[in-house]
Design a protein around this ligand. Structure first.
Ligand code: ADP
Ligand code: MG
Length: 304
């Protein structure tokens, strides 16, 4: 006589098999199941979970970004994982989610002050390549990426000048994003606004100090749009001078962008509301020259 437990086992198995075979009549589901390359004898025990994972997989096929995710747990796909004996189902992270996590973690390395948010997304991959005039700058950046390390005392930033809208800021931001991916911390500041904010925090000594120090000490710094500020003896001699002096002494890489070339900047820095001081201006220019290689970017205005 058959053991009653065996009989129940066989009935259950038959029912499982039938339900599995029924589901395979859906061609898409069958293709999905076949793509797993696991024996039907094993898979038939998991029809309902397989159907759930199939539904999620279908949504993934149409998906183009994390914000479009329609799955139960955003950024994850309910998926079968076979260990050679049993199939386990778990939530597996999708590529968009992975990318997002990587981006958030590298973006912690990039501090921006009064700069357009979209510069977070600037990257070598998105660079316009329609313009040959950018090639020397891009070449410099490629070499910079290869040679940069914190102990390399000879590596320099750029003094990048050119007219409004040619892409100076975007290019340096793209470099800093790439460096951030390598774990290098950088600060991009819109220089005229930095001066305004330092001035207004002047009464609050600790706020002023911490902002001033972080800019002085950042491993990579961009002073964006130098020459567009209201130049005063205070901004030139008490702010810019000490920042550049510290960065020079500590071999910290500093980039500048400006609408002015270095000669025009020298004239600009000499004239303040307290008169003309060529010597103090000269001192600033000497430091900038020590810190950078000059390059001019001539191109069309990219601003729409
Ligand atoms: P600049 O600093 O010389 O005034 P920007 O860097 O602000 O110019 O560039 C002007 C506009 O063109 C910005 O909106 C920027 O996002 C866009 N842009 C500039 N260069 C590129 C590039 N290589 N790839 C994609 N967008 C760019
Ligand atoms: Mg700019």
């Amino acid at each position: 006589m058959n053991n009653i437990n065996d009989t129940i086992g066989k009935v259950d198995l038959t029912a499982l098999k039938r339900s599995f075979i029924d589901s395979l009549s859906n061609k898409e589901f069958k293709d999905y199941v076949d793509s797993l390359k696991i024996d039907y004898d094993i898979l038939m025990k998991y029809t309902s979970s397989l159907e759930d994972s199939f539904c999620e997989q279908k949504k993934c096929l149409k998906c183009k970004s994390l914000t479009m995710c329609k799955n139960d747990v955003a950024g994850y796909k309910y998926s079968p994982i076979y260990d050679g004996k049993v199939v386990n189902f778990s939530y597996v992270m999708c590529p968009y989610k992975k990318q997002n996590i990587e981006r958030l973690s590298y973006q912690n390395n990039l501090e921006m002050f009064e700069m357009p948010k979209e510069l977070n997304e600037a990257s070598f991959k998105n660079l316009y390549v329609d313009d040959k005039k950018r090639i020397p700058v891009i070449k410099y950046f490629k070499e910079f990426m290869e040679n940069y390390n914190e102990d390399n005392d000879s590596i320099k930033g750029l003094y990048l000048n050119g007219s409004f809208g040619v892409g100076k800021t975007y290019l340096v931001a793209a470099l800093f994003n790439e460096m951030a991916k390598k774990g290098v911390h950088s600060i991009l500041v819109y220089y005229p606004e930095l001066l305004r904010s330092l001035k207004s925090s002047f009464q609050n000594n600790s706020e002023f100090r911490s902002r001033f120090d972080s800019i002085k000490k950042a491993p990579l710094l961009l002073l964006d749009d130098i020459g567009a500020e209201n130049c005063s003896p205070w901004s030139r001699d008490e702010i810019l001078g000490p920042i550049l002096q510290y960065r020079m002494e500590n071999h910290l890489v500093t980039f500048f962008t400006s609408n002015l070339d270095i000669k025009e900047l020298e004239v600009f820095m000499a004239i303040t509301n307290s008169g003309v001081d060529k010597i103090k201006s000269r001192r600033i220019i000497e430091r900038i020259k020590q810190l950078t290689v000059p390059m001019e970017l001539v191109s069309k205005n990219r601003r729409g």
